[in-house]
Unconditional design. Structure first.
Length: 253
């Protein structure tokens, strides 16, 4: 009853904030219930399949990103050194393969290394955000950009995995999956973005679902500002970070 009451209160506020460390089966069931309640409240139950699949994948990615940093620290490795990164990535993959993930749950709690699920909506748009407090490493960002580019050429998940799949944990496969799911749900692939902030040391994965025909996504508004201002994309991003341009990347819930 307590959980159901919290969901009702969140639906009334049109805001959801969840802090977690590792999402087990029960946690995934709760996330599914929350998303179902949100989509029911806005009359878009038809999006349940792709939206839940996207959020589940983004949550798993955020948890793995946190876990990877903890494994690196445990091994005394510098993730910015390419040789040490490769060694640490192998140790991380072995930890997942040997089902030692739950071993790290108390460590993640002790070091307070959570991820956050932030969802907010109104009559025009539904924002879904998964955030963790580690900026992406250069090698991670390159792999993700590569998967983004390749997934745009694919019509379905099976085609993508058969063409570009690999066994490297953290290679950006889940990110590509989310992009394809968003497109198959009838939305632009650009409605899914990832932003990494090295200054504030955090990474945010965001899915934007327009609910009205007149809504313009942050990306569309960004491109409009870029055309009218004549500023470069990097200068505009700086204005966002410094609060001079209201195109929120990290949504406050």
């Amino acid at each position: 009853m307590v959980f159901e009451k919290k969901i009702s209160e969140a639906i009334a506020r049109k805001k959801v904030l969840i802090k977690s460390y590792l999402l087990k089966e029960k946690g995934e069931e709760k996330l599914e219930t929350i998303i179902h309640a949100i989509l029911g409240s806005i009359g878009r139950e038809d999006l349940m399949g792709p939206i839940y699949a996207c959020m589940r994948e983004l949550v798993q990615n955020a948890a793995k990103a946190n876990l990877k940093r903890v494994v690196f620290e445990e091994q005394g490795l510098n993730p910015y050194d390419e040789d040490q990164y490769r060694f640490g990535l192998e140790a991380f993959r072995k930890s997942l393969a040997s089902k030692r993930v739950q071993h790290y749950r108390p460590i993640l709690h002790q070091r307070d290394v959570p991820f956050y699920i932030k969802i907010k909506w109104n009559g025009d748009v539904l924002y879904l955000n998964v955030e963790n407090h580690f900026a992406m490493l250069g090698v991670e960002e390159r792999r993700i950009r590569e998967k983004f580019l390749h997934s745009r050429e694919m019509d379905n998940l099976y085609e993508f995995f058969m063409t570009y799949g690999d066994s490297t944990e953290g290679a950006g496969m889940g990110i590509a999956m989310v992009q394809i799911l968003i497109r198959q749900a009838g939305f632009s692939a650009h409605n899914f973005t990832i932003f990494s902030d090295n200054v504030k040391n955090r990474t945010s994965a965001r899915v934007v679902i327009p609910l009205s025909s007149g809504y313009k996504t942050p990306r569309e508004r960004f491109e409009e500002h870029q055309k009218t201002s004549g500023l470069s994309a990097s200068d505009l991003r700086k204005e966002i970070r410094e609060g001079r341009l209201e195109l929120p990347i990290f949504y406050q819930v």
